[in-house]
Design a protein around this ligand. Structure first.
Ligand SMILES: Cc1ncc(COP(=O)(O)O)c(C=O)c1O
Length: 451
């Protein structure tokens, strides 16, 4: 007990946690996770919890998955890291081949980094430099279109194309300008349209923006189908395909940020597949390594790659790279992760799981303070509201999402909310029964906290 206490004291003495008001962290009691097994996490006191948000949207096959553990150990027997600057390595090559096979047709080149944010940052620089290096009839194409409620990471470039004011407002003086089109947030439609008689006004506004600014826009950046951190906002059917069409029409590159939605979360390997969309640039991270090690990739087309491919003296090199770019350990576990997707038929097994979750979620509608329930595959957001009739939100200071998450913790499950949105994003390997158990905990927690 003394050791455990001192561990927590050391945490509070030395650590600064992400997205955390440290005053609250230090004043409150905290959990320290010691190990994981399957979809359960175990703390230093021996308590077990369902990992209800896949350790922040990463985990796919569960913790301590034998095949993934072995892939890391096997690679450790060879080498943990060597650089991609001027050298290559076997797992990075193997993974690149697999990624090209797996992603939408035409994405033929893979550029590695180590987080979702850096993958986006790379995509932005690639798009910007592409337009500098090809002949075209426009002026400087150096702007980006993004959506309100967008989240693409926390580096300055990825924050510049973000649209979550709570996270991004304070950094404004540091950011480059981006054009913000309205998010397809149907429950709180900025055009006051009813879902049933939707005129796609958000798309019309996007189109006007493109009409006016296409000559100066390098790329449109979008989280395909689901705006995750902005509140699990699910775009209506056909929205993404329309965005693709408009980008092609107005000569704007489409950067699809699959960091959250990719690797099966929406029920297909990549969200773009639902609407047969082929982006010009695609970012993947999180689930790429099954939630084991930090690695990400920015994929692009031959056309973009070729704009950088020239004699050294032309100075068209893509000047970007990180110390851990193409890390062999992370690449090796990612290769094993992709093989497991196939062997265990993860995607094929998803439809009944998605359905069972949808059926259980339908019961949540009877709760007085559940306003909207959004689901795409196993990406789920439950919006809590003060008043169901008026859609009046809870005051953010009431921290309803946090209270529900803490109640769920008491009942044996870890979830992390986004403001008033309760997020459920379980590991894809969860069984139907486990999904039901976890949803029951969420149901009971919402009921107890809001009544
Ligand atoms: C869509 C999207 N893009 C980028 C990121 C940033 O990824 P990372 O936290 O690995 O930098 C996230 C993280 O949640 C995300 O959801």
């Amino acid at each position: 007990m003394e050791d455990e206490l001192s561990l927590l004291e050391k945490d509070k003495e030395y650590l600064w946690h992400p997205f955390t008001q440290m005053k609250e962290w230090v004043e409150d009691d905290q959990l320290i996770i010691e190990r994981g097994e399957g979809i359960k996490l175990y703390d230093t006191e021996g308590n077990e919890y369902y990992d209800g948000v896949s350790s922040i949207w990463l985990n796919v096959h569960g913790h301590q998955k034998e095949e993934l553990d072995e892939a890391v150990i096997d690679q450790l027997d060879r080498i943990a890291h060597s650089t991609m600057l001027g050298l290559s390595n076997k797992p990075a090559i193997e993974l690149a081949e697999k990624l090209v096979e797996l992603t939408p047709e035409g994405l033929n080149k893979v550029f590695y980094s180590d987080s979702g944010s850096t993958a986006v940052e790379i995509g932005l620089k690639m798009a910007f430099q592409y337009w500098q290096q090809i002949d075209h009839d426009f002026g400087a194409k150096d702007k980006f279109i993004t959506l309100t409620n967008a989240y693409h990471g926390d580096t300055v470039g990825s924050v510049s194309v973000g649209g979550v004011d709570l996270f991004h407002e304070i950094y404004k003086p540091l950011l480059f300008d981006s054009l913000k089109a309205p998010s397809p947030y149907c429950y709180r439609c900025p055009f006051d349209e009813e879902k049933e008689s939707c005129n796609f006004s958000c798309i019309k506004e996007l189109e006007s923006m493109m009409q006016e600014h296409h000559h100066e826009v390098a790329a449109m950046v979008i989280e395909p189908l689901v705006q995750g951190a902005g509140g699990m906002i699910v775009a209506p059917d056909g929205y993404l395909a329309k965005v693709r069409e408009l980008c092609s029409e107005y000569n704007i590159l489409l950067l699809a940020d699959e960091v959250a939605a990719g690797f099966g979360r929406t029920g297909k390997m990549f969200a773009c597949e639902h609407e047969d969309v082929r982006p010009d640039i695609m970012t993947v991270a999180k689930g790429i390594s099954g939630g084991y090690l930090p690695i990400s990739a920015t994929l692009t087309t031959d056309e973009i790659y070729d704009a950088f491919y020239d004699d050294y003296e032309t100075q068209k090199t893509f000047f970007h790279g990180h110390s851990y770019t193409g890390n062999p350990l992370a690449a090796a576990v990612s290769v094993a992760n992709i093989e497991l997707f196939k062997e265990e038929k993860i995607i094929e097994k998803m439809p009944p799981k998605i359905k069972i979750a949808a059926d259980k979620l339908a019961e949540f509608r009877e709760l007085d303070h559940v306003g909207d329930i959004r689901q795409k595959g196993l990406m789920i957001g439950i919006e809590l509201i003060e008043d169901k009739e008026t859609k009046e939100p809870y005051d953010w200071k009431e921290k309803m999402g946090v209270k529900v998450a803490m109640k769920a913790r008491e009942k044996g499950m870890i979830i992390r909310p986004l403001g008033n949105i309760v997020v459920f994003m379980p590991p894809l390997c969860s069984t139907e029964q486990q999904l039901l158990d976890m949803l029951e905990i969420i149901y009971e927690s919402i009921k107890e906290i809001t009544s």
